[in-house]
Write a new protein. Sequence first.
Lengths: 276, 433
Amino acid sequence: MKPTTIKLTVTLFLGLAVAAVSTGALAASAEQIMERSQRAFHYAGNDAMGKLTMELIDRDGGKRVRVLNMLRRNEGAGKEQKYFMYFQKPGDVRRLTFMVWKYPGREDDRWIYIPAVDLIRRIAAEDKYSSFVGSDFSYEDVSGRDVAEDTHVLLGEARIGGRDTFVIKSIPREAAAFTKRISWIDKKNFLPLKEEYYDAQNELQRVFTADRIENIAAGEGATRRLYPTIMKRTMRNVKTGHRTEVTVNSVAYNQGLKDADFSERRMRRPPRAWIR
Amino acid sequence: MNRPSEWKMRTSALRLAVLFSLAFSATAFAQKPGDEWGVDVNGFALGIYSARTTGNQPPGPEGRALLLAEERVRLDVTGWTDAVDADVRIKLDGVHDAVTNNFNLDLREAYIDYTKGNADFRLGRQIVTWGVGDLLFINDVFPKNWVSFFSGRPLEYLKTGVDGFKARYSSSPLNAEIIIIPRFEPDTMMTPKRFFMYDDYGSVTNRDKDLPSTTLGNTEIGLRLYRKYGGFDLSAYAYRGRWRTPGERADNPNNATKVTSIYPPLSVFGMSAQGSAFGGVLSLEGGYYDSRDDRGGKDLAVANSQTRFLVGYQTQLWRDFTIGGQYYTEIMSAFDSYKRSLPSGFAAKKKYRNIVTLRLTRFLGHQTWKLALFALYSPAESDYLLQPKITYKFSDNTSATLGGNIFGGKKRTTFFGQFDRDDNAYINLRYDF
C-alpha cells in the first residue's frame, strides 16, 4: 500500500468513526487514539500506588505467584515516568526492589536492590524483550511501549463484551518482540480491551485481555475524578499455553508521591505505607 | 580462622537479648492505643553439600571428600510498629555442620532501623556492600567469607556482617553515609584443614592470630558520599581501618618457628561510577590502598600499598540472556623494596596483578531455570576460577542449585592456582517459608 492509499483508508475509517460516535474521540487519528490509550492505561493520574498479584500459570495448570507493590509517578506533563516495585512474594525475592526511570525515545535507567547483601546496582535490560519476573508480560508491557515506535492504522470498529472499540493495527518501525499488534481500544475510556501480538512467522503468539475494569475515584469535591482502571488482565501465550493473570488488589491515584520517593533511599527502606 | 563457636554463640545470644529488650521497650513506650504493630517471621531451610572432585584429600580429620556439608535454618524476624518509624530485625541461622557434626548459630544480621526526616540510622550487626565491581572489590572494605564463596554456599554468604552504627543522610544535591565499626571482623579465609593451599610458612605448625582489640583507637570509620550526575551514579569513599586479609608475621622469616596472623592498619580512598552507556551498563571504580604501617614496603608481613582499578560492562544480548565483562588491576606501590625484603624460596608476587572476568546469565522456561557462568582469569598470574551454576525452581518455595568451583593455573603459588586440588561440585537445596 502506498502512503497515499493508507492515508485515504485512514481518512475513510475516521469518517466512519466520526459518523458513528457522537461524543469523544472526534478528530482522532490512529496514532492519537493510541496516545490517548497509553495515557489512560499507563499515565492515569499524577501518580499511582497499588498492590498486584501476578499468577504465572503453565499449560498443565501449575501456578506460581508473585505479589508486589508498585508505585508510579509521572514526571511533569511529558512522558517521563518513575516506577518503584517491591516484592512480597515469593520468599526468595522478598524485600527485593526495582526502580525504573523511564524515558521516551531512549534506554531507561533501571536499578535493582538485593536485600541479602544490601546492594543496589544498575541492571542492563532491553525492556522490549525481557520477561517481567518470568511472566508473559515484558517490561515494555508493564510500563507501556512508546507510541512513536510503531506505525498505527485504524482498521475499523468492533464490539467487544458489549463495548464499542476502535480496532488498530500497529507495526513496529524497528525490530521488536512482535511484528504486528492488533488492539481493541474502548471508545469511551480508551483502555485496551484486547491485544493480539504476532511473531516473526506472522502467527498469533500472545493475546492480552482486560478482564475487569473499575472506576477508581481520587480526590474530593471539585477535584474528585474517576480513573477507569484495569483491575484484572491476562496475557496468554497461545503457542505455549502459558498465561499470566494480573489482579490489582488495591490502587490509589494522586497520592502526592514526590520525586525524591524514587530514590536509592526508598529502595533500601520503603515506607511502611507503601508495602502493606 | 573462625572465632571459637561457644564464644560466637554466647555473644550472639547476648546481642539478641539486648536488641530485643531495647526494641520492645522502645516500641512499648511509643505505642498508643490503636497503633498497628506486627512481627513478621520468614526464613528458609537450606542444605549445602560440596564435594572435592579431584580425588585428593587434605590430611586431618576434616580433610574429607566433602569440602562442606551443612544444613541451615534461617529465621528472619522483623518487628515493627506504626508508633515510631523504626524496625527491629534479626536474621539468624541455625547451622548443622555435617563434616564435624557440630551445631552452631550464625548471626547474620541483627539491627534496629530508625528514620527521622532525611536521616536513616542502623545500629547493630549489619551487612554492608560498597562499590560497583561484580565480585571484585575495591571500595567494599567490609568482611568477606571466602570459604563460602569457594565451596558452594549461596552468594549472600560471601558477605559477613559488621557490628556497628550507620547513619545516612539523603538529599538531592548530595547523599552521605557514615559507618562506625568498633569491633574488628576479619575475612574468613581458607585453612589447610579443608583446603589444599599454598603457604610461605607451610611447615610451621605453631600458629597464632593477633586480632585488634576493641578500643577507640581501633574503631573503623567509613564514609561514602554519593549522588547522580549526568546519568551516572557517582560515589566517593574513604575508609580508615585495617586489612581484613591477614599478613603473616614470622618470628624469624628465614627460619620460622611461629607464625602470627596480623591485620595491619589500612586506609582506602576511592571513587566509583555506574551508568547506562553503549546499550548496557558501564561501571568504573578506582581506589588507593594506603598500608599505613609500611608505606616503604619493607615489612614482609604487611601488604604493600596499592592502587586498584576496574572497568566493567554488562549488556543484554537477547531475551533473558545477559553478558558481563570486567578488567581489574592492582599495582603495588613499593615493589622494589618488597622484592628486596623477600627471602629466597618465597613465592614472589608481581608488581601488577590483573584479572579479567566474564559472566553469562541465561533464564529459561519463564525463569524456572537459571544457567550462569562466572569466570575469572588472571593474565599476570596465569590462573583461573570457573563457577558454572544451574538453578531450577520446582515451585515458588523450592529450588535446587548445582554448581562447581574449578581452579587452575600454571603455578600452585598464585591465588587461584594454589587451590588446583580443591575443585569441587556442590548442590544447594532450598525451601523458603
